[in-house]
Design a protein around this ligand. Structure first.
Ligand code: NGQ
Ligand code: ZN
Length: 462
């Protein structure tokens, strides 16, 4: 397919998924900065332009703690007492305790290459390991965030960095425990980190902020941070992930978490509410009416025993959603979307839940919905194949037995629901081809640095 005479900034797609559905014979062009300059359906197949069959916009991964990639699969042994989200969290704290900035960078690079290979072209990093092992500040305020940004640059994924506000161990401003000292920040410190990252902003990088949760940040701190962050920058928060958290919030404030947050903070399209798992009917309506995005991470929510988000009710209320891989037990948007729909089918004992009046195809509804919500939560110009947005796209393997001869209308049903092969063949992110024939351009180098970091971490653990 590639030939030295071909125009590097253009692609002709026999079928491409645009914001309003599949279009035929689409000519896409982008500039040297990686922004789409034109997207023209019904174009003539021009010579000198790469031709492909099936092209989709790349997905946005709206919730990540990159370092947790290295813990995947290592917390699946039962302890003496009932294992829970909270016992997992203790293991995760132990893992985070001695991790170095260089290891964080190596792990993030591996994660980002894997995410790209599976169809994510953008990611939001909810970044909270921001101090040294003993809780001391690094000389550079954004030391660890800069490492994650460097990993994203090298791997080629678009990044929204969200430095985290983390001051307390629980409701009522409880003092942080020993395992949480590396996370400690206040609003002023978060703003210093945001400022240190400002020079990196550009087509592939944006900066927002994230109060960790109502447990780790007081409502006054959250208001202070939201007020001081430049307008329109994204704000993310973990909310109502566990029943215990809802009970603690009720005890401390007399209100459930989402209700409490929305009574004190004007929720709007800047906000992404991550794991808004436990909602009552009024809270479902509140999020939907606010324009905020519900950040759903079905593989991690299942892994940690969180519960099921009320997706059917939320969609009926007109709510916006996106997906994230959070602790990275999965690196595939297919797996998140499949789990999202299957959780609803198992719960309601019916089929084809995530649809709308105008879109009856589940795969397409989920892909388009998660693109829109993910784009909003990322604060970047992504989420569709349209002029002015980033050139982020996936070429599917149209020769794979699952896709060979498929009608465009069936492609997302097959992609999201059928089989376990990775059907993503090539990936363009910010106008750069970063995956070819299923391989990342620096797959071996990134993997060897990751293996080295893991070997070092195993030494601490033993
Ligand atoms: C985190 N992860 O910050 O990594 C959290 C656990 C907490 C998820 N919520 C820690 N999945 O919420 O206190
Ligand atoms: Zn999280």
């Amino acid at each position: 397919m590639t030939d030295v005479h071909m125009n590097p900034g253009a692609l002709f797609a026999r079928h491409a998924l645009l914001a309003d559905g599949w279009a035929a014979d689409v000519l896409l062009a982008w500039d040297a900065d990686g922004t789409l300059t034109s997207v023209t359906p019904g174009a003539a197949a021009a010579a000198g332009v790469r031709h492909e069959q099936l092209v989709l916009p790349g997905m946005i991964n709206l919730h990540s703690h990159a370092f947790q990639r290295a813990l995947g699969g290592l917390t699946e042994t039962a302890g003496d007492s009932a294992d829970s989200f909270w016992t997992w969290r203790d293991l995760m704290y132990r893992f985070a305790r001695n991790i170095t900035p260089a290891q964080i960078e190596a792990i993030a690079a591996q994660l980002f290459a894997e995410c790209l290979r599976h169809g994510y072209t953008a990611l939001c990093e909810f970044h909270y390991v921001q101090r040294g092992p003993d809780g001391a500040l690094y000389a550079r305020p954004a030391e660890t965030a800069e490492r994650v940004a460097a990993a994203a640059r090298g791997a080629g994924i678009g990044l929204t960095m969200l430095p985290v506000l983390y001051s307390h161990a629980g409701f009522g401003e409880q003092a942080l425990g020993a395992g949480q000292q590396r996370f400690r920040t206040d609003p002023a410190q978060v703003l210093r980190i945001v400022e240190a990252l400002e020079p990196l902003r550009g087509g592939q990088f944006e900066v927002g902020a994230a109060p960790h949760s109502l447990r780790a940040a007081s409502i006054g701190q959250i208001a202070e941070l939201a007020g001081a962050l430049p307008a329109a920058r994204p704000l993310h928060i973990h909310i109502a992930e566990q029943q215990d958290e809802v009970r603690q919030c009720l005890g401390a404030t007399g209100m459930r978490p989402l209700r409490y947050l929305s009574e004190h903070i004007a929720l709007d399209a800047r906000w992404c509410l991550v794991h808004a798992t436990h909602l009552d009917a009024d809270e479902v309506e509140r999020i939907a009416a606010s324009g905020a995005v519900a950040g759903l991470c079905p593989s991690t929510e299942a892994n940690l025993g969180d519960g099921l988000f009320p997706l059917a009710q939320f969609l009926a209320a007109g709510g916006r959603f996106g997906i994230g891989s959070d602790s990275h037990v999965s690196h595939s948007p297919v797996e998140e979307l499949r789990w999202l729909e299957y959780g609803q089918r198992l719960q309601h004992q019916r089929r084809n839940v995530a649809v709308s009046a105008g879109q009856r195809r589940v795969g397409e509804f989920l892909w388009q919905g998660a693109l829109q919500g993910g784009a909003q939560a990322s604060g970047r110009k992504v989420g569709a194949l349209a002029a002015g947005l980033r050139a982020d796209l996936l070429v599917l393997d149209a020769d794979h037995p699952s896709l060979d001869g498929a009608a465009a209308a069936d492609v997302l049903g097959i992609f999201v629901f059928a089989g376990n092969d990775n059907l993503v063949r090539d990936v363009l992110a910010g106008g750069r081809w970063v995956v070819g024939n299923g391989r990342h351009i620096d797959q071996d180098g990134i993997a060897s640095r990751y293996k080295q970091a893991l070997a070092e971490l195993r030494e601490y653990r033993s």
